[in-house]
Design a protein around this ligand. Structure first.
Ligand code: 5GP
Ligand code: ZN
Length: 109
């Protein structure tokens, strides 16, 4: 998608601080971290929002990668939080499905 920031991160035309990648997902540090560890996990497939994601295989794959990245790559042993903002009312700013992983301190509710 031409105007999508995260597709540009995927094709390397916007630099990013990678923490993990494979054939299906890419994970990188948020440019404005809201916790000591703040990583975004995105599918390589451009899906605008969670509301558009009807494919159980895609969603299952994505959440399994999130678990693996948080526990095995980032090693957030004290625990972590997942956030998915959905459309304007949910605070979504970038319309390429992404999962926030937040950790590294006790998070307020
Ligand atoms: P949203 O509000 O859409 O759920 O989250 C988008 C996130 O992407 C925000 O936390 C924002 O800081 C992050 N972000 C926006 N542009 C860039 C960028 O160019 N690089 C990185 N690493 N993060 C970005
Ligand atoms: Zn995209």
């Amino acid at each position: 998608m031409e105007d999508c920031i995260f597709c540009k991160i995927l094709d390397g035309s916007i630099p990013s601080d990678k923490v993990y990648e494979d054939d299906e997902v890419y994970a990188f540090r948020d440019i404005h971290p809201k916790a000591p560890t703040h990583v975004l996990v995105i599918p390589r497939q451009h899906v605008p929002t969670l509301s558009d994601a009807r494919d159980e295989k895609l969603l299952g794959m994505l959440m399994n990668r999130v678990r693996m990245i948080a526990d095995d790559v980032l090693k957030l042993e004290a625990g972590w939080r997942v956030v998915i903002n959905v459309r304007a009312g949910g605070g979504q700013e970038v319309y390429h499905l992404h999962v926030h992983i937040l950790g590294g301190k006790k998070l307020p509710f």
